[in-house]
Write a protein that binds this ligand. Sequence first.
Ligand code: SF4
Length: 376
Amino acid sequence: MSGVYFHIPFCKQACHYCNFHFSTSLKHKAELMEALKKELSLRTNELPATPLNSIYFGGGTPSLLSPEEIGNLISSVRDHFTVNEQAEITLEMNPDDYYEGYFEQIKAVGVNRLSVGIQSFIPEELSAMNRAHNAEQAFSVLERVQQHFANFSLDLIYGVPGSTMDSWEKNINTALSFQPSHISSYALTVEPKTVLAKQVKEQQVQLLAEEMTVQQFDYLVETLTEEGYDHYELSSFAFPGFRSVNNTSYWQGKPYLGIGPSAHSYYQNQRSWNLSNNKLYINKLNAGELPLEREQLTKIDRYNEFVMTGLRTAEGVALHDIQQQFGDKFAQLFEEQVEKHLMVQHLYWDGDVVKVTKKAKFLVDGIASDLFLLNL
Ligand code: SF4
């Protein structure tokens, strides 16, 4: 199992909370398209020879590309790799990019899954986050998505300043009325160098109390689980058979090739990350150089990642997997370190697998970091 990820580094406007890499100028779009194809052609040896199971367009805002441009990128992947017939081909889109005929066109070039950046259906929340779309666009695009895609995801953000349990319930119930096969939901976080960070610092925005954010998370998990969604990763919910192939391969440590400014890749215990600057990225590729840095992961790095992703996913961390992949010493340390989290009922044994209890799900990242090894 392996996949190709494209980072499309353009957005119409900057959402106040976002620290992803993107530019609001489309000036270099044509050059960037060429650079993406060039990067792909230079890195064909960075995936195994097995067929690809997923192609993912993320960003940024991939729906700022035309269907033809998306089709060109899919064709270049097919020129260099064998793509499984059943491969998941996902496009992230924002509701304001929709136009009549759009879905027919992207399906014709091979896209078979959509991930729609809704975030909220509440007008005040959308404008407070500086999203480019409004609530009407969110409703109308989802009605149309439903008609064209059996497999689609939508994103929702909880913990939004000014939100209440009522507004959050309304958001979830509205989302459910469209029966998406997948929902991703993230807590709003204050990232450095964002408008939100400045607003908070200058006291123009007051963050939601943590208890309210936790309450919203709990409501999310409870409601979606009752509705038949499988809570398969901290932020991800899917109807049976609709887990994201792309994200699941990251969590399972499968190889992936990230193309585009700021994209990350992973293959043969090596991680690489591309420059987060569109112009420099293009210049490097024009000069025939790869725009990236690499690091070889140590056994301890890999163990720490294994524990983090295992605890975040429904699978948990199996002791026999630690023994098999890292050896007895790691397994013994793991057993010792989980002890204190078992006592406070944040973790529990399910056979020989350690999982996070319901009440500790929201705290999982902190628990996992506490189990990290620095050295042996
Ligand atoms: S559209 Fe997405 S990537 Fe672009 S600024 Fe908003 S959250 Fe960030």
